[in-house]
Design a protein around this ligand. Sequence first.
Ligand SMILES: NC(=O)C1=CN([C@@H]2O[C@H](COP(=O)(O)OP(=O)(O)OC[C@H]3O[C@@H](n4cnc5c(N)ncnc54)[C@H](O)[C@@H]3O)[C@@H](O)[C@H]2O)C=CC1
Ligand SMILES: O=C(CO)COP(=O)(O)O
Length: 357
Amino acid sequence: MSTPNRFKVTVVGSGNWGTTTAKIVAENVAIHTNVFDPEVRMWVFEEVLDGEKLSEIINTRHENIKYLPGVKLPSNLIAVPDLVSAVEGSQLLVFNVPHQFLSRICKQLKGHISSKVRAISCLKGLEVDDQGVRLLSDYITGELGIHCGVLSGANLAPEVALEKYSETTIAYPLPENHYPGDATGETWQMLFHRPYFHVRVVNDIAGVSIAGALKNVVALAAGFVEGKGWGENAKAAIMRRGIIEMIKFCKIFFNKNEIETFTQESAGIADLITTCAAGRNVRVGSEMARSGRSVEEVEAELLNGQSAQGMVTAKEIHSLLENKGLLDEFPLLEITYQMAFNGYDIDNLPAFFEKIR
Ligand SMILES: NC(=O)C1=CN([C@@H]2O[C@H](COP(=O)(O)OP(=O)(O)OC[C@H]3O[C@@H](n4cnc5c(N)ncnc54)[C@H](O)[C@@H]3O)[C@@H](O)[C@H]2O)C=CC1
Ligand SMILES: O=C(CO)COP(=O)(O)O
């Protein structure tokens, strides 16, 4: 592959956040035409809605009527249902799919991407297997052999899509095989920064990723107490314990102690606050506690095909902590798993916290 004059961009994913980030990117490439190719492709997991293909609806009506209804998309954003065609010839990839679909997507892409391609992961989650835990950006690098940074922050997609102001954090340390004309943190900032979407660039990939992944589990717990009608003080207590465990997780599993990422960047306490206020995880947790229904039933009723990633992450973290003999070190994360999957009674929470102090 020759060094590109202009970066061509593909967004892999077209859910609630996937479509929102694709809108942002399409707006920016239309402005910075000297840096980016003016057309952005978005891979769409094809669905048929009332006899019409979602990709065709997006390309003709410029709206993702299922995952981001009511938001006009730029006409330079092209929906492509074939994954390999969607990424062909792109130098910059933005990964933005629910975590549970990432491994199949990477398998399909293997062998179709040059090692000079660069990526950003907007996913919030972690990869856990028998070996331990990995950041999703590292997972993408491992599967596809491309350098990958992360974007994460206090970014409820429905607000960002309506261009209501928010901040985000991009972590993009330069790769060892950086080459002339290669993308830098500044390139990614140019691709994502909008007057309504303020981007700060840092190097702490682990901190930014862990903040995004674990706050979803904490938000579930916040939802559980909200659903019980316990009020804002209880929710604040959950959040306080949550941030302690997020920082501790980063230290134990990634040997990283950059607390400033959690306190000073959007990926951290700010994301925890916004998610616990109005995210899908808090809404799902709240409704589960209120109604006693399963996550599947509640997701089906509230989310119309979207997913509460905290459930996936809670399960993975539990198996990691169990394998490593560290369940007692992360009581909030573990109790959230027990409440979500094993019917642990939420009313026991205060007594549980009494024991651990
Ligand atoms: N929605 C939000 O406000 C934010 C989400 N995030 C993160 O971004 C990531 C992506 O989330 P969203 O875009 O909101 O997704 P979403 O929760 O809207 O999920 C729906 C997406 O999953 C796709 N899908 C369904 N079945 C599939 C299959 N079998 N294979 C492949 N794809 C399939 C759908 O086509 C659709 O694009 C997640 O990790 C999430 O935590 C991060 C910040 C904000
Ligand atoms: O990550 C988010 C906000 O920053 C979105 O959170 P939910 O997935 O809980 O909606």
